[in-house]
Design a protein around this ligand. Sequence first.
Ligand SMILES: [Mg+2]
Length: 301
Amino acid sequence: MFFCKQHLTGVNAERGAGQPAGGSVPGGAAGNGACLSVGSKLCSLWVRASFVAKATAFLESHVQRLMQLLLQIATKDPLNPIKQDVKKGKLRYVANVFPHKGYIWNYGAIPQTWEDPGHKDENTGCCGDNDPIDVCEIGSKVCSRGEVIKVKVLGTLALIDEGETDWKIIAINIEDPEAENYNDINDVRRMKPGYLEATVDWFRRYKVPDGKPENQFAFNGEFKDKDFAVNVIKSTHEHWKALIAKKTDGGEISCTNLTVSGSPFCCSQECAKATVDAAPPCKAANPIPPEVDRWFYYQKN
Ligand SMILES: [Mg+2]
């Protein structure tokens, strides 16, 4: 019933896409925007992976567990590279909110999904956050940046982030040695005690060090099961299909792609290569500022 594991090899970090130089990861990899290449062919991370609308999905990982770089798919840049977020001219890092250290899962997105900011979610009463849907992958392996893995969908959490619907899918890598033991959200509760509670706590407080209020949740912060999560993925996939077909106006979003036949945004390899060649070259990674190591302590409400 599963598709073959599909790894996209060779993240092309030779060229950035207009971001200030900076960001660094252990090992010294550059933090500039990176487009994805499969062999010698370019593609968009948002569009590339096949979509599976059953209980499995592809995850594009952009943040490794324990990492603090705040990376994301740059939806407004041509070919949607992974880039470190920049706020007020400064590279963004996620804070260590005690007892959490960086991200506590592999964090990524499901390609070919979009949380439509013009669509009010019937469950949350809030519109989408204008991004592909996010995934917390709970397996034991720390994924590489840009790695595409196949995951089992287990459940979902409905975060309301600054008034926007921001679904978090909970999933496990199907290659994980324990994957067969995980089939629904209750298996996580049973076999990884405290992990779901820590996940809610993480999302509730991760922006507090930036001076923001605690985030809210629909369903009182309760996780929904696998079937519910699959329906959320399906509906965000429908929103993405409307976006890529230009049936919905995506505003500043770049829908340029190489693989969706019939999409008015579909372009040739030559055109994509010209876009990448025109981007500024990748510079050396900046060192991580020492204040990123700081811990933040809060009284829980
Ligand atoms: Mg999101």
